[in-house]
Design a protein around this ligand. Structure first.
Ligand SMILES: [Mn+2]
Length: 257
């Protein structure tokens, strides 16, 4: 990647900092070569669950947070929309408790506290209208009703990813399909858009990057930084794109809205 990329907004989710499967090098390269006015962190940015099970926090992961912070200091708007793996951000007393644990957590959370936090955000696109931004676990019955099943699945996934990446991807897709039902998820998305008068929705959570155009609404998923290394970006003219960072750090456009 040699050129400086200019976007109005960048949407990232499922980075999973604190988990050793995170492809932080690609993300670091993307961020340092990209300028934007708005940054939307669409959940599972920090993997507090993984850190709790097996503590992992290299300098390279702290560096990603520091880049977010420096973009913010230079004037970018940074919105943090929490996900299930960073759910302590949805619980203020728990967050304070974690912050007191040790210096590393203190350092992480003190950066995060600078940003605007929400669980849902109404985004107004100049080209399309009102879009809802949320992580997506809200549509996942298993995650909210039985956290332990989801946690167990997450642990299994962490082990599998160390053994075999393509296999783990296949298994994760399969488990998500069995557990929540991809069609059930899309049905809830559609209902939410119709009820709230949204032209569409931007989320993450299932690690499946895609832009889907339905008659009633649009569905955009940012993907993740464990496997796909993808993002949704809003161009200066309001066009949305799903992009992917490849092995040579080049940006590839997957689909356009
Ligand atoms: Mn998630």
């Amino acid at each position: 990647m040699t050129n400086n990329n200019q976007y109005k907004s960048v949407f990232l989710s499922d980075i999973h900092l604190g988990f050793n499967g995170c492809q932080n090098k690609k993300l670091e390269n993307f961020l340092t070569n990209t300028d934007f006015e708005n940054l939307y962190l669409v959940g599972d940015i920090i993997d507090f669950w993984s850190m709790e099970d097996k503590f992992y926090w290299p300098d390279s992961h702290q560096k990603i947070l520091n880049i977010f912070e420096s973009k913010y200091v230079k004037g970018a708007n940074v919105f943090y929309i929490s996900g299930n793996h960073d759910d302590p951000l949805r619980d203020q007393p728990l967050l304070e408790e974690i912050m007191q644990k040790d210096e590393v957590y203190k350092k992480i959370i003190s950066v995060l506290k600078k940003f605007e936090h929400k669980e849902r955000h109404d985004f107004v696109s100049s080209k399309y209208g009102k879009l809802l931004i949320l992580h997506g676990d809200q549509y996942d019955a298993v995650t909210s009703n039985a956290k332990w099943i989801s946690k167990f699945g997450g642990m299994l996934y962490d082990i599998l990813i160390m053994i075999n990446r393509p296999m783990s991807k296949y298994l994760k897709n399969l488990t998500k399909k069995i557990v929540s039902g991809a069609s059930g998820f899309q049905k809830l998305v559609k209902e939410e858009c119709l009820e709230g008068n949204y032209v569409g929705l931007i989320c993450g959570h299932n690690h499946r990057p895609e832009i889907l155009k339905y008659k009633t609404h649009v569905y955009m998923n940012t993907g993740d930084w464990v496997e796909s290394c993808s993002a949704i970006v809003e161009e200066m003219d309001g066009t949305f794109k799903l992009i992917k960072v490849d092995e040579n750090f080049d940006i590839e456009t997957i689909s356009t809205l």
